[in-house]
Write a protein that binds this ligand. Structure first.
Ligand SMILES: Nc1ncnc2c1ncn2[C@@H]1O[C@H](COP(=O)(O)OP(=O)(O)OP(=O)(O)O)[C@@H](O)[C@H]1O
Length: 229
């Protein structure tokens, strides 16, 4: 389990996260929802130690993040972190050399799922295909927890559909996923737990299935109540 407890973050004098607490579990998709600038990316970067927190604690399976944690958790940023001059194949080789947890079989499955040609240069890919390669590089690591920052941002409806199909097709297996988004339409059916953020604060947290059963509400219904009172 990933446990975020009373985490606050300041950039200079600006406080961007206020006492944020939540948990994310293996086998579940936890979604951080909020408009641009509420602190979603900062939260993911704090969990993976890419940015320091000002206070609070983060533990992964009861342990604070340490160098070997990168074999259990990965962060997929909203833009591909590889040079545009690389081919997909070179990016794969880089990842394979760098990470012990790299899984070539999974990478090959993803290449065929997305119908990508490994000889293509990243600079020659469409926005949608760039997003798919970015996901492929992260999802091909055999890690227990995957953090994804806005995987649907700025891509066409067909690419969004294909990525959403991938998420529901068993590729995520029993891994724990934390995903950020400001539009839940494409993945609403896949989300187990929701954390609404506003201005760096948790507004509401709920289990989607429980909410559907007890109050008959979808995530979008609750969103309207929370953000448009
Ligand atoms: N390195 C930084 N230095 C100073 N301020 C920053 C830095 N990174 C983010 N911020 C500020 O922190 C706040 C939260 O940013 P963050 O990127 O975490 O939000 P977000 O919810 O992910 O937004 P988006 O959906 O636009 O990515 C914003 O006001 C942003 O301008």
């Amino acid at each position: 389990m990933i446990e975020v407890k009373n985490v606050s973050k300041k950039y200079g004098r600006k406080k961007v996260l206020h006492d944020v607490s939540f948990t994310a579990h293996p086998g579940e998709m936890t979604c951080l929802i909020g408009i641009n600038g509420v602190g979603k990316t900062t939260m993911l970067k704090i969990i993976t130690n890419l940015t320091p927190k000002s206070s609070g604690t983060v533990t992964i399976d009861g342990q604070p993040l340490q160098a070997k944690s990168y074999e259990v958790i990965t962060f997929i940023p909203d833009a591909i972190p590889m040079p545009p001059s690389m081919t997909i194949d070179q990016a794969i080789t880089f990842m394979r050399d760098f990470y012990k947890s790299w899984n070539d079989t999974r990478a090959n499955e993803l290449l065929s799922f997305f119908k990508l040609d490994r000889r293509t240069k990243i600079s020659d890919l469409s926005k949608g295909n760039t997003a798919k390669v970015n996901l492929l590089l992260g999802l091909s690591l055999d890690v227990k927890y995957i953090l994804m920052d806005e995987p649907f941002s700025g891509i066409d409806i067909f690419s969004r559909e294909q990525i959403s199909n991938l998420f529901s097709s068993g590729f995520l297996e029993d891994r724990g996923v934390i995903i950020t988004t400001h539009e839940i339409k494409d993945i609403e059916h896949l989300i187990d737990k929701v954390i609404f953020l506003d201005d760096g604060r948790v507004l509401k947290t709920f289990d989607t299935e429980e909410m559907r059963i007890s109050e008959g509400k979808s995530i979008e219904d609750v969103m309207r109540e929370v953000y448009l009172p």
